[in-house]
Each structure stands twice: as C-alpha cells, then as structure tokens.
Design a protein around this ligand. Sequence first.
Ligand SMILES: *Cc1c(COP(=O)(O)O)cnc(C)c1O
Length: 400
Amino acid sequence: MPGFELFGAEEQKEVQDVLDNGVLMRYGFDPMRNGHHKALELEKDLAAKMQVKHAQVVSSGTAALTVALACAGIGSGDEVIMPTFTFVASFEAILSVGAVPILCDIDDTLTLEPKAVEALVTSKTKAIMPVHMCGSMADLKALKAICDKHNLILLEDACQAIGASYANKPLGSYGDLGCFSFDYVKTITCGEGGGIITNSELFADRAHKYHDHGHDHVGNDRGAETHPFLGYNYRMSELNAAVGIAQLRKLDYTISTQEKNYTILRNALTAIPEVTFRRVPETGIESYAFLSIFLPTEELARNAHKALGSHGVDACFYWYDNNWHYYKKWEHLLEQKSLNKLSQEVKSGLQKNKASYPASDVWMGRTISCLIKLNWTEEEVKERASKMINAIKSVLTEVV
Ligand SMILES: *Cc1c(COP(=O)(O)O)cnc(C)c1O
C-alpha cells in the first residue's frame, strides 16, 4: 500500500515548481506563482480520476472526514453510525463536529453489517459512515438502501481503499461524499493530506469555504472576501499538493502491482483449506492494499500471526489486539478522556455504545491482514508465499 515506495524524480519535479516560485499557499500571490496552482491541479486530477464532479483537498484524512461531515450539516447531538473496526480518526472526526459516533458490528466483509446498521437507526441518526478497511469495501448497495429509506447521508471513509471500485464506480464516489487520506503510509501519500469527493454542487461549495475559514473565494483580494458561514483552517499546502499530483499519476501502476503481488499470495494460500478469505461484496473490486485472511479460531489466528513473524513474514497485522484500529482498545475515547468538556448531548449519546460487540469480536479475532508492498520482486513474493504457508501450517498441525 505505501506510495512512499515509489518516490522519485516525478515528485521532485512537482515540488521544485513550488520551491522555484516560493508560493507555498494555495490562495493568493498570483503574480509570483508562474502559473502553478498545485492544490487546484490535484483537485482537478482527483475529480477526473474518481469520475466525480468535485474534489476538495485538505490537510489530512481526518480533516477530510471532519469537513465532509460539516458540509453535510452534521453537528451537535446528531448520530453517525460507524464500524467497530476502523482507524480511530473516523471516531474523532464525528466527535469534532459535536456529533455522536454510534458503533456498529461488522461481518466477514470486515466492514459494516447492514442489518446491524438498520437496527441502530434512530430519529437522531443523520449519516452512515462505512469504512472501507484494508483495500476492500462495505456492501454499499445495502447501505444506500437504508440511507434512502431513512433519508440519511452516506459518507464513505475510503482512506485505506483508494483505487478500489464498486458497481463500476471508483470507491468513494458511490455515496454522497467520499474521503481519502494521503498520509505517509497510504496508497497515495503527500506526507500529510486528504481529499473529499462528491457530485453535489452544494457540498462542494460548502467544502472550499469551510476548509478555509469560511472564505467565499470570490475575486482576487483575499482581505476583501466575505464569509457566508463559519469555517476553520484545513488547507493543504502547495508543497504537499505537488507530491500528491505525482503520486496520483502512479495510482494505476500502484493498483496493478498490488493486484499482481496479492494474487500470487492468495493463490498460494488456497492450498490450506483452513484458511478462508475476507468476503468482497458483489460488484466490488479490491485495491489489493492488503490480503486479509481468516483462521478457523481466535487461538489459531493469534498463533498464526506469531508464526508469520517468526518465519520472517513482516507487515502482517492482528488488528484485534491493535491499539488504533479496533474499538476495544480505544479506552481514551470510550471513557471520554477529553481535555476539554464534551457536551452533555455527546456524553449521553456515547452511553448508547455497548460494552461489547461479540459479532465483531468473532471476525476480528480470526483475522490477519498482510500489507501488500510495491517493490517486491516476483521471486520475493513467491518466497514470501512459501514462508506464509509454512508458518500457517506449523500452527495448524500443532493442534491435530
Ligand atoms: C488513515 C486513516 C484516516 C485518517 O487519515 P489521516 O490522513 O491520517 O488523518 C481515516 N480513516 C481511515 C480508515 C484511515 O486509515
């Protein structure tokens, strides 16, 4: 997944354009720019690549989620349904607009389970936020049907799955709003950055204003602009955008390389009948950023994860015990350890979250996800496949 594996002359050239004129900010300073508008260019490229009308780049994936929620009018006391398995940023973004994250069980897609989602809809629910973890996606058709029925926003957190598709659409473009992260370990990186995509004129217009203190961006005197509503600063710098432009051009190559490496590993693992694979919803095509497998039990998964490490297979994750990706370890959030006072609405809303999610535990306890890298040679992938087989077989035979 990490785009940083592909850094080269292309990124350097784009950054040099910015350094040559010294305008590091996306707005203003037109006479000095020599025609370079990197953030704007990245937005045009991203919208075209994602086949949507609008893209807004921002300072991080967390900022993308925050701005998207604000643009959809989600705020104080509103409930947003999100999965138990995600990066903590999804939870943080909802809290940051004053809304309440409502945790929901996942299934063998490792994303929201639609029936569990519907059971959580209340009169306060405003949005459903599927998180397309580890390069694959949620059952968006089923989630869209729930959104249509209850008049909810569908906001896709596609931070870990850029380049995947669903129903012939680039992932992130199916819902009302889609968000990407370009942080340092993502498929495309610009150091720190994020993007929002949408076909909604209204949301796009709100996004450029909200992410820049509410500026209306009319005319060429920034000091004279009006502010139709409140906003904050989630701008992306020209330096970051420059890197993003070069990285986005490499997306097709990145995805096809991931697919090639993933396929070799997956085909090899089919030799072990006890190993099964994460379910990809119908019409979905993964970005192949990770290969996620299930072992028959939690104990076998734990042992297999350890064995993978000791057999020299790096970058495999057992998320169930991970501090940042599964709700169980988010004590600081679940116990409301906030520096500043949370509103009473948020405090009582958070009480709705259950103490345990056994259905999620079943899947997460059995899951191991292995990162797919870009710079492996075919020989290295094949060697890795045989090490994986040996490692997993070693724990399976122990039991018999
Ligand atoms: C990385 C990530 C984010 C946040 O992105 P940052 O750019 O690191 O703020 C949000 N959601 C998911 C699922 C992520 O993996």
